[in-house]
Design a protein around this ligand. Sequence first.
Ligand SMILES: *[C@@H]1O[C@H](CO)[C@@H](O)[C@H](O)[C@H]1NC(C)=O
Ligand SMILES: *[C@@H]1O[C@H](CO)[C@@H](O)[C@H](O)[C@H]1NC(C)=O
Ligand SMILES: *[C@@H]1O[C@H](CO)[C@@H](O)[C@H](O)[C@H]1NC(C)=O
Ligand SMILES: *[C@@H]1O[C@H](CO)[C@@H](O)[C@H](O)[C@H]1NC(C)=O
Length: 393
Amino acid sequence: MTKKAAAVSPVLVRHVIWLGWKLVVFLSFALCFIALLRLHFYPDISSPTNSLSRTRWRSRIPRYNFDGPPKIAFLFLARLNLPLDFLWGSFFENADAANFSIYIHSAPGFVFDETTSRSHFFYNRQLTDSIQVAWGESSMIEAERLLLATALQDPANQRFVLLSDSCVPLYNFSYIYSYLMASSRSFVDSFLDLKDGRYHPKMAPVVPRDKWRKGSQWISLIRSHAEVVVDDEVVLPVFKKFCKRRPAVDTSKGKLNLKLQKQHNCIPDEHYVPTLIACFLFLSCQMSELEGDIERRTLTYTLWNQSATKMDNKAWHPVTFNYADASPKRLKEIKDINHVHYESEARMEWCQTNSTFVPCFLFARKFSRGAAMRLLSEGVVGPFDASLLLGNS
Ligand SMILES: *[C@@H]1O[C@H](CO)[C@@H](O)[C@H](O)[C@H]1NC(C)=O
Ligand SMILES: *[C@@H]1O[C@H](CO)[C@@H](O)[C@H](O)[C@H]1NC(C)=O
Ligand SMILES: *[C@@H]1O[C@H](CO)[C@@H](O)[C@H](O)[C@H]1NC(C)=O
Ligand SMILES: *[C@@H]1O[C@H](CO)[C@@H](O)[C@H](O)[C@H]1NC(C)=O
């Protein structure tokens, strides 16, 4: 017996040690797995500031529930403050607080509070992770994506309207709310530019030439399209590499400027979203209805100065509306526009939302303070109450 026991016990011991090791290994794997799961479901733990990755994870869940009415997210791209905040303040005053939300991308560190804003609606609505934006460069797209990513975190946000700091509303809140909610489509200005010299052949095959689109940067997206823009990891890198603005002429460089002027020139924000949406149609079959889900026009009216000479590149510029230009007659002309003509595609868009004919434009740019003041006093966004202005100044 003892012999047998003596013979058995080392085997048993080895067996126990072996089992112990297995347990340790198993436990470590289990712990790793649990940790991974936690990271996956609570990505904030790993990167509290990275709202993009957080949203990317969130956006893979197809449907969310939310209480209350669907909201419009107003996304302001500002250089610094919002000079027309008094007009927007009055606009939001006439809204139901549950029907909208506000996000502002401004210069990093700029805070909206009583010292920088005339309307409480903007207090602390700035993104905390905003970046330095160079106008006409890809940082502009990054800022748009940050705004969309942050706004996507609120499941009640169902429409995402991008606005500049010189944009004004042409109607009261309830009109704009029902206009946008009545349509299940995005409004993305998107057209072919036959004279285009901005497409870079190296963008192919990700962005083939026939998917290259141009359009106003001022878009309004439905939620699923906002997710497409935030999730994009394919088209953006191509843009960053091959769609760059040509540096401005620098007289101190003399002859070097000739070479500079021959460099490829591209303004990313005028191409990114329309091209992205056209590309998804091409890249991924599930998205094949994407371009069909958009109204191919912008909701933001811009008046271009066409008197500019061809030589002067800078002159092809939006006209700024001053007090005298914002007369009721002028405003009515803009609000009465019911179709847009895309010459390069011989396309006429009769403006519609959910198959009902509507005015084309809900917003307009670029408006000076004086012009915005005139809209306010004419009751464009709601009944005008002069005491509101006096009380806040
Ligand atoms: C909002 O504007 C629309 C159209 O301009 C008008 O019919 C409506 O009465 C206005 N609503 C409010 C609450 O002012
Ligand atoms: C707010 O949303 C509700 C529900 O969608 C809607 O009935 C109401 O008219 C909206 N209010 C305004 C001022 O647009
Ligand atoms: C669009 O119009 C149809 C028919 O009038 C209506 O049944 C539908 O609810 C509308 N869609 C939205 C999103 O309001
Ligand atoms: C249009 O551009 C021309 C030339 O740059 C300028 O003289 C004119 O004032 C501009 N018009 C408006 C309405 O801004």
